[in-house]
Design a binder for this molecule. Sequence first.
Ligand code: HEC
Ligand code: HEC
Ligand code: HEC
Ligand code: HEC
Ligand code: HEC
Length: 410
Amino acid sequence: MPGAWIVGLCVVVTVGVLAFSSGGSVSAQAQAAGSQAAVEKTFPHSNKCKRCHERVYEEWETSPLAKSIHSPVFRTALDAYLKSPGGKDQALCFRCHAPHVREFPDQAQLFVDQVKGGDPSLDGVACSQCHLIKQVDRAKHPPEPKYEVGGKTLYGPYKDFVQNLAHQSMESSLFQKSDLCLNCHQSVPSAANLGKANDLLGNWDQSRAVKSGKECQTCHMPQQVGESANGEKKRTVANHSFPGRLGKLRQEAAKLDVRTKVEGDKTTVTVKVQSLVPHNLPATHPAWAALVLNLDIKGKNLKTVFSDKRVYGRTYLDAQGQPTIFDFEAVKVADDTVLKPEEMRDETFTFTTPKDTKTFDVEVGLNYAPLTGPPTFLQRVEAESSQGSQDPVFQPIEIVKWTGNVPVSK
Ligand code: HEC
Ligand code: HEC
Ligand code: HEC
Ligand code: HEC
Ligand code: HEC
């Protein structure tokens, strides 16, 4: 570690001032570390905030945001992007996965190298990456954040903040608005040639939930009562674990209404899938994101006698007209079965009534699908992961499940 960084740290420890901007010499021997120190003077590392905001830090640490440049599948996809014919902009993926690169375009190589190394010490989407955002320009597609750099002010939700020695605070209404999130969640620039089809959330702003005043934070940063900073008196704070695929929010994603009709040899199961989500489900970046509705019929001895499924996602085509799992290669959407905001989808399954049994079980499950794609890609991800084929990306994640027992009337 270069001297400059250690000095910065000492300053923090002794007088409690964050190592924002200015000063610092680049050591020739440790150029990369020097570059990192420069980046982290402007965007203080999350471990500097941990000291005073322990609760927030511990929540954020468990969130997907804390691993936005760490996952084996991100590493593999980044590599595929950089090797692709259009993969010239080294900073592109980091614009959202480690957005401080926006202020340091010349350091994109440092970000790439750290990801390739497998264990980046640079932050991905951490504290300063959100709390230094002064404004979001929604006229741009995707919307663009304007960072306040070179100052000591952190933006947040409170007008009546308590003063502290490490940073200045400033209230910004942006922190209670969806706009803050949209700059990364609305669309991806790498899929810009898809035009309107590069829309990850759909008509979310027309949804009942949003019209009734809900913002992304209402559901994904639920309010609770706790300490905003260590030792401060309890007040309304926002959960920073960003529930999504992980966490309990998932159980509020959809309802299943299942009806079974036995007519002699023929049985029909109809499933009404009611999405309770005010935006597309799934959001279609990465392009392989999908939900699967599975139906299993278990007859005599609980043996599966019939299985079928429906997939909710998008199929993209590349310039050669071949299906691709990468949005950076996509030029066209071939098929779109994504659940639209608050949509109700009817599915019908017909099969031969199970024989030699008085009843049968109907099992219906809605899950986030495990990673799918060309074998070469899957093998690369497996090789990149310390958990190999046990990497979480290869596991489905259950959203809701319905089971029932149906009599076979004579
Ligand atoms: C600087 C870009 C950026 C901003 C701003 C941002 N996000 Fe994200 N968000 C990401 C990235 C990148 C991921 C994926 C992390 C990963 O899994 O690698 C993510 C993941 C998530 C997830 C988890 C999704 C899942 O599949 O489980 C939720 C929930 C989420 N963000 C909500 C929000 C909300 C709410 C806001 C606004 C308060 C917000 N994000 C602002 C970039 C951003
Ligand atoms: C406009 C912002 C944006 C850009 C640019 C972007 N991503 Fe993402 N990325 C996100 C968000 C937001 C999520 C979380 C999506 C969700 O869970 O719905 C995400 C999730 C992912 C994931 C799944 C989570 C994980 O980390 O394993 C992968 C892989 C990924 N992105 C790869 C890439 C690659 C490769 C690029 C560059 C070609 C890229 N992204 C560019 C915003 C972006
Ligand atoms: C994706 C953007 C994002 C990231 C990453 C993020 N925050 Fe926040 N933070 C917010 C938003 C939005 C609010 C306000 C939410 C509200 O009031 O509804 C907030 C609120 C806060 C508050 C006010 C008190 C509280 O607990 O709610 C503090 C302090 C804070 N954040 C610190 C941090 C720290 C420290 C980190 C890193 C460990 C961090 N934030 C990471 C978006 C983010
Ligand atoms: C020396 C302790 C200390 C350090 C280090 C520190 N903070 Fe704070 N921070 C506080 C205190 C105290 C408050 C006031 C909390 C309150 O008003 O309830 C605060 C408030 C905030 C707020 C709310 C501001 C508002 O007006 O809504 C945010 C956001 C925040 N800090 C983010 C961060 C981030 C990001 C870091 C790391 C870069 C950080 N803090 C480092 C002590 C600290
Ligand atoms: C009314 C509550 C609600 C609001 C408002 C809301 N969401 Fe969601 N969101 C959900 C639920 C429920 C899910 C699905 C279950 C899950 O994954 O937790 C979800 C899933 C997600 C996911 C992960 C799903 C995926 O396909 O990768 C992301 C990312 C996300 N929301 C981002 C946002 C953003 C950005 C906003 C604001 C524009 C927003 N959400 C507004 C309830 C909400």
